[in-house]
Design a protein around this ligand. Structure first.
Ligand code: K1U
Ligand code: ZN
Length: 176
């Protein structure tokens, strides 16, 4: 397995709509395993393929707390088939927006269908932080970042700070 470099915003690769996965191949399974390893290493609770430069509809999520057993999800072509009217406010972070956090409001419960790594269709119901994280990761597949849910003023402020942060990094610390 391998750790993958995570793209930091602003970057055009984080703003594109990703393509559906047509076939679940060995290479895709390797990518999903590398993404999980990268997510645990960061550490984070989710990661989407475009964050590692792959414009495909693949996400990984694990919201299990440190002392609990890991509970990873690897979802190919995820789709939300139902969302609750009840909403949840959650202070979100993003590995592509390091050290920035903001409260985002999303449906509290969702039903999501996806393909697993054997290509079999699956459906789960998620609530709380798991639902929030899946929605955040699915946003990435459509080129949407959590700052896109904020006012233009707050979004522009965060993006301006990230531009400065990236400009201050030595070239070897910038991802490809
Ligand atoms: O970059 C990402 O998409 C991952 C992001 C996912 C996320 C966090 C919070 C709400 C919604 C989605 C992160 O994992 S940021 C890091 C983080 O939240 C965290 C890190 C270590 C322990 C617990 C949380
Ligand atoms: Zn993110």
């Amino acid at each position: 397995m391998a750790l993958l470099p995570i793209i930091v915003a602003p970057d055009p690769r984080l703003k594109i709509k990703c393509e559906a996965v047509e076939e679940v191949t060995k290479d895709l399974r390797k990518l999903a395993a590398d993404m999980l390893e990268t997510m645990y290493d960061a550490p984070g609770i989710g990661l989407a393929a475009p964050q590692v430069g792959v414009p495909k509809r693949l996400i990984v999520v694990d919201v299990a707390k440190g002392e609990d057993e890991p509970h990873p999800y690897q979802m190919i072509n995820p789709e939300i088939s139902w969302a609750s009217d009840e909403l949840l406010d959650y202070e979100e972070g993003c590995l592509s927006l390091p050290e920035h956090y903001a409260q985002v409001t999303r449906p509290e419960k969702i039903r999501v269908s996806f393909l697993d790594l054997t290509g079999q269709p699956q459906e789960i119901e998620a609530s709380g932080i798991l639902a929030t994280c899946i929605q955040h990761e699915m946003d990435h597949l459509d080129g949407v970042l959590f700052v896109d849910h904020l006012s233009k003023l707050r979004r522009d402020l965060i993006i301006r700070k990230l531009k400065k942060y990236k400009a201050s990094l030595p070239p070897e610390k910038l991802e490809a």
